[in-house]
Structure formats: C-alpha cells, structure tokens
Design a protein around this ligand. Structure first.
Ligand SMILES: Nc1ncnc2c1ncn2[C@@H]1O[C@H](COP(=O)(O)OP(=O)(O)OP(=O)(O)O)[C@@H](O)[C@H]1O
Length: 247
C-alpha cells in the first residue's frame, strides 16, 4: 500500500503543485490519476519514487516512510514507464529492457535472457530483440517501455501517460494488453492520463485532480459516474465522453 499523508509540493519558483494531499493507493490494483494539464498528477506520481521530494508531509510504502530510503535504490526498485517510451536510441531493444538490472550489477547474460522473456510477456516478437528503437513502431516502442518498467520485477509500476503518443487504435490495443498483464502479474499500478475514458477503462480506483493539486474525487469508476462529488467532477466526465455519442 502507498499512503500520502498531508503531502504538499511547492517548487522553488513558488508554484504550488500539490496541496495537502491525503490518499491511499491499495496494493495489487490499478489506480489512475486523471485531471487537466497542470493539476499535479505527474508530480504526485514522481513523489512515489522520489524523483520529486515533497515540501512537507509523509509518503509511506507498506508502512515505511520513503524519506528514509536512499533515492537511487528506491527508484531502481520501482518500475517507471513514461510517455514516448524514453528508450535509449543507441541501445538495442534487449539492452533497453535490461538497463536497470545492468545498473544494479546483474550479469549481462542473465539480464538479457530475462529481457527476452519480458518481450514475450508484453507481446513483442523475439525477432525485434536486436533492433534499435527508431526501427520500431510507436506501439512497439511503448511495449518495450513497459517491459523495461517490469525488468526489475517491481511490486509497484508507475506509468506516466504511457499511451498518450500512439494512435487511437494502437492505444486501445495497449490498454487491453495492460489489463491482461495486470491480471497476470498482480502489480500495484499507478497510471497517469488526461483521458477520463482511459481512466474508467483501466482504473480500479480513479483519482480525479482539480487544478492546484487537490483531489476532486477518488473512487471506483462506478462511484464517479453514478455519484459525482460536485459540478467539476460531473463536467470533467461529461467533457471526456466520446464525441461520437453527440453526433
Ligand atoms: N520543476 C518544476 N518547477 C516549477 N514548477 C513545476 C515543476 N514541475 C511542475 N511544475 C508545475 O507544477 C504544476 C503541476 O505540474 P504536473 O506536471 O504535476 O501536472 P500534470 O497534472 O501532470 O500536468 P500534465 O498533464 O500537463 O503533465 C504545474 O503548474 C507545473 O507547471
């Protein structure tokens, strides 16, 4: 379980990105952060692996205050998947997937063997192992990014708009694949998106942020749909409905 207790983040220039956040992220479920641009989703996500440290408040993972954990070691124990995959252009697919295990000192042969296994897990053909990122489609690159996030066998997988840059059909394919993966791998997934439909599709828990890093509502998709906490929530959901319904 990940727990935020009264967590605030104010950046050096005075921007208040997250304001007194209290939140529980249950284990082995998908929690989706959704909200408009600048509402603090990425900042909250990055505080979980100490890429960003809070100004005040406490974050606990399984009851332990992460402020006491060494940031680099913590970061390497948590999977992280970002938009545009963040792959290293001069490394092959297997070596990209094996990046963190190699940094942690695993033997090259073992790390590569595991990377090849992970390619199968995320639905990548083994023949792509020795290609470079530029030789892959956008959807394939994102799958490599997911495999890399899983390479240290983390309990927690953070995903920051991982499917934001691919076309809509590939996006649906990747979303379906993530649901299958989650079912198989049983990780705690924290997923950031702008897209309320994606949030409802993937989230066991959906956390809707309003501007200023404050939670508008957290609950199951059904709770948000059936009992929106206020007009902001209702309007955010309404605005995100597929345009096709209106036509
Ligand atoms: N390093 C930084 N220094 C100053 N302000 C920052 C920094 N990083 C983020 N911010 C600000 O903090 C606020 C929250 O940003 P954040 O990236 O967490 O929002 P977001 O909801 O993830 O947005 P998006 O959906 O556009 O990625 C914004 O106002 C942003 O400009």
């Amino acid at each position: 379980m990940i727990e935020f207790r009264a967590v605030t983040k104010r950046f050096a220039d005075g921007t208040l990105a997250v304001d007194e956040l209290d939140l529980i992220i249950p284990p082995r479920q998908v929690t989706v952060f959704v909200g408009s641009s600048g509402s603090g989703k990425t900042t909250v996500l990055r505080m979980i692996n100490r890429m960003v440290d809070p100004t005040s408040g406490t974050i606990l993972i399984d009851g332990d205050d992460i402020a006491t954990r060494e940031p680099v070691a913590l970061r390497r124990s948590i999977g992280y998947v970002m938009q545009n995959s963040g792959l290293l252009p001069h490394r092959t697919v297997v070596d990209n997937i094996a990046t963190v295990p190699l940094l942690r000192g695993e033997k090259k042969r073992d790390a590569r063997a595991r990377a090849r296994e992970l390619m199968t897990v995320v639905g990548l053909d083994a023949s792509l192992a020795d290609r470079y990122p530029a030789q892959l489609s956008g959807g394939q690159q994102q799958r490599v990014g997911v495999a890399r996030g899983l390479a240290v066998d983390p309990n927690i997988l953070l995903m920051d708009e991982p499917f934001g840059a691919v076309d809509p059909l590939v996006r649906v394919e990747l979303q379906t694949e993530l649901k299958r993966l989650q079912h198989e791998l049983d990780k705690t997934v924290v997923f950031v998106t702008h897209d309320i439909d994606e949030a409802f599709l993937l989230g066991d828990q959906v956390v809707l942020f309003r501007p200023g890093g404050v939670i508008a509502q957290a609950g199951t998709p059904r709770e948000l749909l059936e009992a929106p906490a206020d007009d902001f929530v209702a309007e955010f959901i309404e605005a995100g409905r597929p345009r096709s319904i209106l036509r």
